[in-house]
Design a protein around this ligand. Structure first.
Ligand code: NAP
Length: 240
């Protein structure tokens, strides 16, 4: 049986690496994105060239109605997803006194709202299958806080709370729910951060690669991770 795999925010960066890494003969990878159509199609093509199934799926994870419409339609056609990776996320940094409502709302609605908007319609069909994997992308900012990122740290901390609660709810149904907390990973999101700051802050003295995050997600989605649920795994080069 083909397993359907949804990776949100998979047109580039960490999500694209996860989509490519999870691709396999018995899986159909669905590459969600908001606006980067060309990049998302390139990720799908790179998987198809290896002989495996992949499709793009455009929707904005912060738009609850759009998520419900497209995911309900998907469930009717395919029965639901077996693996869901909630990876889509944005930053909109500002010192707290100067933070605009839009900066607060957009970050919370994408990272935390996106988790709810995507998972809520998909969990019941997963329960019926009695097997599933949900991996949520958080950040070490949720654990430590970060100057200028009260919105981002709050959203990502919320994702951790939701992960642990959902893990308890679904543990008896064969569904594992975990979170991955990257540190500094080389993507567009971190290209403005000085390399000196990264060298000084990270015990390993370097930023991580998208593949190093994808490898951990791959394990959490595997049968080998069947007794791991409710965990937050740092992928941070030693920042604990
Ligand atoms: P990125 O390079 O900026 O890519 C973000 C991806 O998310 C893109 O594919 C983007 O697609 C998509 N996206 C953004 N908003 C969306 C929305 N509303 N609906 C659907 N898709 C949306 O980011 P990244 O560095 O790979 O980060 C991926 C995840 O890891 C995020 O949750 C981030 O918070 C987390 N993280 C990253 C780091 C790091 O160092 N990079 C560290 C800790 C945690 P479009 O271009 O189409 O909008």
């Amino acid at each position: 049986m083909t397993k359907h795999v949804l990776v949100t925010g998979a047109s580039r960066g960490i999500g694209a690496a996860i989509a490519r890494t999870l691709a396999a003969a018995d899986r159909h990878i669905w590459i969600n994105y908001r606006s980067s159509t060309v990049e998302a199609e390139a990720v799908a093509e790179s998987i198809q060239k290896r002989g495996w199934e992949a499709s793009t799926m455009q929707f904005d994870v912060s738009d609850r109605e759009a998520c419900a419409a497209i995911l309900t339609d998907f469930i009717e056609k395919y029965g639901g997803f077996d693996i869901v990776v909630n990876n889509a996320g944005i930053t909109a940094d500002a010192p707290f006194p100067g933070m605009e409502d839009e900066q607060w709302d957009s970050v919370i609605q994408t990272s935390l709202g996106g988790f709810y908007n995507v998972c809520r319609p998909l969990v019941m069909p997963m329960i019926r299958k009695r097997w599933g994997r949900i991996v949520n992308m958080t950040s070490i900012a949720a654990l430590h806080g970060n100057r200028g990122q009260s919105n981002y740290a709050a959203a990502k901390a919320g994702v951790i709370g939701a992960t642990k609660s959902l893990a308890r709810e679904l543990a008896s149904r064969g569904i594992c729910v975990n979170a991955v907390a990257p540190g500094f990973i080389d993507t567009e999101m971190t290209e403005q951060i000085s390399r000196d700051l990264i060298r000084q802050s990270v015990p390993m003295g370097r930023a991580g690669t998208v593949q190093e995050v994808a490898n951990v997600v791959e394990f959490l989605c595997s049968d080998g991770a069947s007794y791991v649920t409710g965990e937050v795994i740092n992928v941070s080069g030693g920042i604990i």
